[in-house]
Design a protein around this ligand. Structure first.
Ligand code: SAH
Length: 221
């Protein structure tokens, strides 16, 4: 019975709700809070770490990568200002957790991961959760995905030296891009808004440290 609880989507309901209440306001009608209260983070991380799933900490997910702390996921997601109709590009699928959150707040999520093992594990986990509006591609997300552009929102979840130019090109009018850019040791969390008349307006949201964005418009492996 306990075993069944631990494995299921219904487990950890209370800690998950508490986490959601702590991290998201009701400003957006409670949509982000509901997404955080619904997506079972414990099923997207290594089994041995499940007890840590609803603490506000980053956790290792294998292949030297980490799942961001829920507070960081909440802040970055809120900064995208999703209303429900958007097509979102995520660079860095990792565990699939951020993609599952975006999937509840937008219409379609295109997520790119460079490491095959992580991409495959995330796909399996999202299928198990019945998340049907996320497509995962293996490749260099710093190049974006011209075939699916323009995007209403772009979320970069790995830290690069600068905002990749192809991602700016693939952002639609009125679109928002959020991501960490700076040195390998420390980054600024930046939001870039593409105005209707085609200008790019940049805002500093905070300071952070992410794993490396590796690729053509990122760091060298
Ligand atoms: N959003 C993820 C966070 C994963 S950490 C989550 O919710 O778990 C960042 C991920 O970006 C890592 O999995 C890393 O392999 C991946 N990554 C780094 N550079 C990349 C690139 N150029 N294209 C695609 N993925 C990349």
């Amino acid at each position: 019975m306990f075993q069944h609880q631990v494995a299921g989507q219904g487990a950890y309901l209370r800690p998950r709700r508490r986490m959601a209440e702590r991290l998201a306001s009701a400003d957006d009608g409670g949509r982000l809070r509901d997404a955080l209260a619904t997506v079972p983070r414990h099923l997207l991380i290594p089994e041995a770490l499940r007890g840590e799933a609803y603490r506000d900490v980053a956790l290792p997910i294998g292949d030297g990568q980490t799942i961001s702390a829920p507070g960081v996921v909440a802040a970055m997601t809120a900064a995208l200002e999703l209303r429900g109709h958007e097509t979102v590009l995520e660079v860095g699928t990792g565990s699939g957790y951020q993609a599952a959150i975006l999937a509840r707040l937008a219409s379609r999520v295109v997520s790119i991961e460079r490491l095959p093992g992580l991409a495959a594990r995330a796909r399996t986990a999202l299928d198990r959760l019945g998340v049907a509006n996320v497509v995962i591609y293996l490749g260099d997300g710093s190049l974006g995905r011209p075939a699916d552009a323009p995007f209403d929102a772009i979320l970069v979840t790995a830290g690069g030296p600068a905002v990749p130019a192809p991602l700016l090109d693939q952002l639609g009018p009125g679109g928002r891009l959020v991501g960490p850019f700076g040195s390998r040791e420390a980054q600024r969390l930046i939001r870039v808004r593409r105005t209707r008349d085609g200008r790019y307006v940049r805002e500093l949201l905070g300071h952070c440290r992410f794993v490396d964005l590796i690729g053509t418009h990122g760091w060298v492996d």
